[in-house]
Design a protein around this ligand. Structure first.
Ligand SMILES: [Ca+2]
Ligand SMILES: [Ca+2]
Length: 483
């Protein structure tokens, strides 16, 4: 019997290493300890997997419990990764750790009032300035897993009871966000895939006036299909192998550039019996999308790659029924389709590597798939203009009667969608300064020279294992995908 703790909402990622339990006819107690390295998950799942073990014997299970055993060592340095929920920022919703500030370094040199609000308030980071401080509170995280080559979206929600400016530094890219008294606002910026980060830290400098609340700090891949490069392993994907098929998989970084390599000994008797899925992809009615991927196979064969709805949408295939011929060399495949059905927020990507047509394959072969992407196709330039109204310079003047050039830099940035700064090119120090200056002058956003405005570690709050709230579902069969 297998025992697992998984994330149904996040591609069935394993929170606990898979445990093979050798059952005997004698009653025994089995205990496993694991560390919850991800963000808190209110919908984690404990699984007892009893199928496909070549036995029809009865199994009795009793006294099942999951308990928190200890808090994690606060001084433990871990290599950060992308969390199951797609966030590169740890504890972005202020739920975890000592005082709910796990993973955050807080620089609060002048003892401003810093706290996390109660559960009933949504646990928001709250800073109240007395008005006498000379430096703001800075919160930061270091050595996050974001990297050049992937586009990101950084976002957070803020509230303020005074006009304030919040500054965020993401790997050296500095953005400022203005918030007015009494406002609650969602802020977001996009970082392009060719951004050149000077470090892998983020820091947020909060306003100097009265009280600022912050929540939902998020840095996620800015793409409809996440981890299409497989640079983050199989994060975001579910790879399903039916018990009647035979297949195994690995992300190949030795012979390939991080591609998903699936070794298939038996495709089973339906296309979905070996299947790569990514779930919870929003497809909006009337929009046109381009699905793209590359694939190859050691044996010439067909695979089927589609975007479709879940069972409650009758497994409706929204894309074209994309059956493609693979050969031993990589080919890039594209499918452009329009979402004609009602918007589906839980559509999924599905690459079916099982039996296609009449061809059940029982010869061992290896299929590689990589560079999966789904992009909205915008072909009407008029729409683009409508979506991105140009800044009216008059507005800026109105907003800023005082002509402080510093403030101009801030306010020229649209709060909701500041333009992406030009990447800082790492060359000589003087060149770097020039780039910084050029960016400043373009009044989009400035790239910091060193990017290091991270604070001295005033104190490090302990990071604890995320709260284990596990919904126990006995013998609940994992839902298979059919179509
Ligand atoms: Ca929160
Ligand atoms: Ca890759």
């Amino acid at each position: 019997m297998g025992v697992d703790v998984k994330a149904p909402d996040y591609g069935y990622k394993s929170y606990m290493p898979h445990q093979d339990v050798q059952l005997t006819t004698k009653k025994q107690t089995y205990t496993y300890e694991f560390k919850m390295g991800d963000a808190s998950d209110a919908n984690g799942r404990l699984e007892f997997n009893m199928g496909a073990k070549g036995s029809t014997a009865d199994i009795c299970i009793s006294n099942v419990s999951v308990k928190r055993t200890k808090k994690a060592d606060p001084n433990e340095k871990e290599k950060k990764t992308v969390l199951a929920n797609g966030n590169y920022v740890y504890n972005g919703s202020f739920q975890e750790g000592d005082k709910h500030l796990g993973y955050w370094n807080i620089s609060n040199a002048e003892n401003a009032d810093v706290t996390v609000t109660p559960f009933s308030d949504g646990r928001r980071f709250k800073v109240t300035m007395s008005g006498n401080e000379k430096s703001a509170v800075v919160m930061s995280q270091e050595e996050l897993a974001f990297a050049t080559g992937t586009p990101y979206k950084f976002s957070f929600t803020a509230t303020s009871d005074a006009d304030n400016t919040i500054t965020a530094n993401i790997g050296g890219y500095v953005y400022t966000f203005d918030i007015k008294a009494g406002e609650t606002k969602d802020f977001a910026v996009e970082l392009p895939s060719d951004a050149q980060y000077v470090n892998h830290n983020i820091s947020i400098t909060l306003g100097m006036q009265k009280t600022t609340w912050l929540d939902n700090v998020s840095l996620v891949e800015n793409a409809l299909i996440k981890n299409g490069s497989f640079n983050d392993g199989t994060t975001g994907y579910t790879i399903y192998v039916d018990s009647s098929a035979k297949a195994s998989y690995v992300v190949d970084s030795l012979k390939d550039d991080n591609a998903l390599a699936v070794t298939i000994k038996d495709t089973g008797d339906a296309d979905w019996k070996v299947q790569i899925k990514q779930e919870n992809i929003k497809l909006e009615k009337g929009k046109t999308y381009k699905l793209k991927f590359k694939a190859k196979s050691s044996l010439n064969r067909k695979i089927r790659v589609v975007m479709q709805g879940q069972e409650n949408r009758d497994w409706h295939v929204y894309s074209n029924d994309n059956i493609v011929d693979l050969t031993k060399d990589y080919q890039t495949f594209e499918d452009t389709f329009t979402m004609n059905e009602d918007t589906d927020t839980a559509a999924f990507f599905s690459a079916c590597l099982g039996k296609i047509g009449d061809n059940q394959i029982t010869t061992q072969h290896e299929v590689h798939i990589d560079d999966i992407s789904l992009e909205e196709v915008k072909d009407d330039p008029k729409d683009d203009i409508k979506d991105n109204p140009k800044d009216d310079p008059k507005d800026d003047i109105k907003d800023n009667p005082k002509d402080d050039p510093k403030e101009d830099i801030n306010t020229d940035i649209k709060n909701e969608q500041p333009k992406v700064p030009a990447p800082v090119i790492k060359t000589s120090e003087s060149d770097k300064a020039k780039t910084t200056q050029a960016v400043k002058e373009s009044k989009t956003a400035k790239a910091a020279k060193t990017g290091d405005n991270s604070p001295i570690l005033a104190y490090v709050f302990g990071a604890m294992a995320g709260a284990l709230i596990l919904a126990v579902s006995f013998l609940k069969k994992r839902k298979k995908t059919n179509n």
